[in-house]
Design a protein around this ligand. Structure first.
Ligand SMILES: [Zn+2]
Length: 207
């Protein structure tokens, strides 16, 4: 069983980046949910998400859950801002060889699926990358404050079909129905002991 932890960045009182009528926290949840649905089509893959709704688990709580679950891979999904355009992903500055390999593999495959400028494979001292004990990458899926990227991000959820073409798949089409179905599955919630109800004091360093 391969265990994949998907972290939808931000949430709740933390909207993340905003621009062009979009909030990062909404987009990250839609993309994370879409990725979860796709991964669950594979055999022997188990997926857990850091959040299933508009809530804010602290960064330390997110990696704590992933570490205690003994995830094989940690994927944190974010949207960029600040005047650029395109997709980039990060591993920890002192990442393991396996993390570097995972980043390379994911980067190539993601770029095949999306219509965005390739900003490259990068590294940074982000908390969720530093404190996760398994290979981890953090994706920045376009710039919310760039009109062109935002137009692509706005397509997420507008199309009710789940069977989109591969070229449209990564940043689109998590429907409300899919969200509802996911949230209705009790065994995917995994929040029975409220692991996210920890302190928020160390949540300053992600971006
Ligand atoms: Zn972010």
């Amino acid at each position: 069983m391969t265990k994949i932890f998907i972290d939808a960045g931000h949430g709740g009182t933390d909207p993340g980046a905003v621009g062009n009528g979009l909030k990062e926290k909404d987009l990250t949840l839609k993309i994370a949910t879409k990725v979860k649905i796709m991964l669950e089509d594979y055999k022997d893959v188990s997926v857990k998400m850091s959040r299933a709704g508009d809530t804010y688990p602290s960064l330390s709580a997110r990696t704590k859950v992933a570490n205690e679950w003994d995830a094989d891979f940690f994927l944190s999904i974010h949207i960029n801002a600040g005047g650029g355009t395109g997709y980039e992903d990060y591993i920890y500055t002192s990442a393991s060889a396996m993390a570097k390999e995972y980043q390379s593999t994911n980067h190539v495959e993601i770029m095949k699926q999306i219509d965005m400028k390739d900003r490259g494979k990068k590294s940074a001292n982000y908390q969720v990358l530093r404190t996760s004990s398994m290979p981890a990458i953090l994706t920045e899926c376009g710039f919310i404050d760039n009109a062109g990227d935002a137009a692509k991000l706005k397509q997420i959820g507008n199309d009710g079909t789940a069977n989109v073409s591969p070229n449209q798949m990564t940043l689109e089409d998590v429907t409300e129905e899919e969200n509802g179905r996911f949230e209705a599955e009790p065994d995917t919630q995994k929040e029975d002991d409220d692991p996210f109800a920890t302190d928020l004091s160390d949540d300053d360093s992600l971006e």
